[in-house]
Design a protein around this ligand. Structure first.
Ligand code: FMN
Length: 501
């Protein structure tokens, strides 16, 4: 390779001198050639990158194309129904609702309906009238002294650190205007969460905001924040769908001085929160911890968030609640398809129970043990439309949270750069220059409109199913593709042999 490079270099230098002599281009061209040649020779001796050792200059094209591959995929290759985790059609729906513009779609569905994965609502011949009030749900079990009337649809946990300060402020202002709650995420409650919205304060294994010098739980610091007026509910994070069994990850690039100060950690280092809590080690201690937080917060709703893994552990936990006669006010069930700022791929792709079976399991377990009435179920996992809200309610949820839906409403383009501080839309970055692109006044309006228009769409679907309230919704309003096939079998068993009756 070095011999070839030597020959090519001599040839290029001669050509560039020729250019200088005949075209009077000066020495610019030769200077560029000399730089390229030097880079080329350096690459033949460096030992880190095999491609560059073998292709000292052309090898850079590989890195360039790799860098812009997601953009090429999204702009030139992706069709409206593909794109992962969210299709272009799904993202456009959120953008339109957030901008409060026409969100209808032309010409008919682009989905293939005659297949087993198709799902549809069984609408009524006599639809109900659409309720224009946005639905609310009261959260607070038997021991709660400050029940909270929550919106049916809210902002799921995303920390300041994972998201930019402008993103957090815009979410908070939008939530304040639309009267729904903003979950802080495990990064803690910061000044950017204090723009008037109701707050669900999340406490993860790092106990950020209520952390003692050893990194454990500090009851006094907790009580101080938990009793703030804006804090309406407290959520203990056991796990999240994208990385169950793995603690939170704050990449070093995003751990700025400001964030490190808020969290009480070393700046510019990757912060890995431990996978488990030090304040409790088993089901009994978790239930006791719930009771402890309830006392410290003067009776505010206390719940926990988890992605279901080993089902018997969840059953044991419920039995412990019954045994101690102490219940959480809510349980947030996150599907394994949930999002994250940063997670190891093994965890994102291969750990935890998906949304649908998890939600059915939690609901059925609480019903079977006779404790469903005492506990609200909040669900999250790709809930971004009226349809997905109704589906979650049908599977057993009382309320829904959305993380990535609200990110889209802030302008997220699914660039898949949340983990390297390079989010081009300023949503999931701590880079001040990129953050400037996100204008709080405009985006907070979008957050507000996305919430309002999505819940309105859910109300319209509810009415189409002939129902007057979400309490009437159950799994029977849905039908799957294979059920449609069975339906034709049961109504027309002989239809293949006797088509005309
Ligand atoms: C950028 C980002 C940061 C997140 N941070 C947290 C967090 O701090 N705590 C948590 O419990 N879940 C966190 N999540 C998970 C979401 O709260 C939610 O459970 C999950 O993404 C599923 O909802 P979605 O499909 O609407 O995004 C995060 C998700 C994203 C996309």
């Amino acid at each position: 390779m070095r011999k070839q490079l030597f020959i090519i270099s001599i040839a290029l230098l001669l050509i560039s001198f020729g250019f200088n002599y005949f075209l009077k281009t000066g020495f610019v061209f030769s200077a560029i050639m000399i730089i390229l040649i030097l880079v080329g020779f350096y690459n033949t001796i460096q030992e880190k990158h095999a491609i560059l050792r073998n292709f000292p200059v052309l090898g850079y094209f590989r890195y360039l194309f790799e860098m812009i591959a997601p953009e090429i995929q999204q702009y030139f290759i992706e069709r409206t129904t593909d794109g992962k985790p969210f299709s272009r059609n799904q993202r456009s729906l959120v953008y339109q609702r957030a901008k409060n513009i026409d969100a209808t779609s032309p010409f008919g569905t682009q989905l293939v309906l005659n297949q087993s994965s198709y799902e549809g609502i069984k609408h009524s011949m006599f639809p109900a009238s659409v309720n224009h009030e946005l639905p609310r749900v009261l959260v607070g079990g038997p021991d709660c002294r400050q029940p909270y009337s929550a919106s049916l649809f809210n902002i799921s946990a995303m920390s300041f650190g994972s998201l930019s300060e402008n993103a957090i402020v815009a979410l908070n202002k939008g939530a304040q205007k639309g009267n729904f709650y903003h979950n802080t995420g495990e990064g803690g409650l910061t000044q950017f969460h204090q723009n008037g919205a109701d707050i669900t304060w999340q406490i993860g294994t790092g106990y950020f905001g209520c952390r003692n010098a050893e990194g454990g739980f500090d009851a006094d610091k907790f009580a101080e924040k938990a009793n703030l007026d804006s804090v309406k509910m407290i959520e203990i994070k056991l796990s999240q769908g994208a990385k169950p069994g793995h603690g939170g990850v704050l990449p070093a690039q995003k751990n700025t001085e400001q964030i490190a100060k808020i969290r009480g950690v070393e700046p510019h280092t990757t912060i890995l929160s431990p996978p488990s809590h030090s304040a409790f080690q088993n089901a009994k201690e978790l239930v006791e911890f719930i009771a402890h937080l309830r006392e410290l917060s003067n009776g505010k709703p206390i719940g926990f968030k988890l992605c279901i893994g080993e089902t018997s552990e969840f059953e044991d936990l419920c039995n412990e609640m019954i045994h101690l006669n102490c219940y959480p006010d809510f349980i947030t069930v996150d599907g394994a398809e949930g999002g994250t700022g940063a997670a190891p791929l093994e965890f994102a792709d291969g750990v935890g129970m998906p949304f649908e079976p998890a939600l059915i399991f939690v609901n059925k377990t609480l019903v079977r043990l006779g404790i469903r009435e005492k506990i609200r179920i909040i669900s999250s996992g790709k809930i971004i439309s009226g349809y997905s809200i109704l589906r979650a309610i049908a599977l057993g949820a009382d309320m829904c949270n959305s993380a990535r839906g609200f990110m889209f409403s802030l302008g997220c383009i699914q660039a898949l750069r949340c983990n390297n501080n390079e989010c081009p839309t300023g949503v999931a970055t701590q880079n001040k220059m990129l953050m400037k692109g996100l204008v709080v006044t405009d985006k907070s309006e979008r957050v507000y409109h996305f919430h309002k228009n999505t819940l309105h769409a859910a109300n319209e679907l509810l009415a189409a199913a002939g129902k007057n309230s979400y309490g009437e919704v159950d799994i029977n309003i849905f039908m799957r593709g294979d059920e449609f096939a069975h339906l034709s079998d049961s109504y027309f068993p002989d239809n293949l042999t006797n088509v005309r009756g």
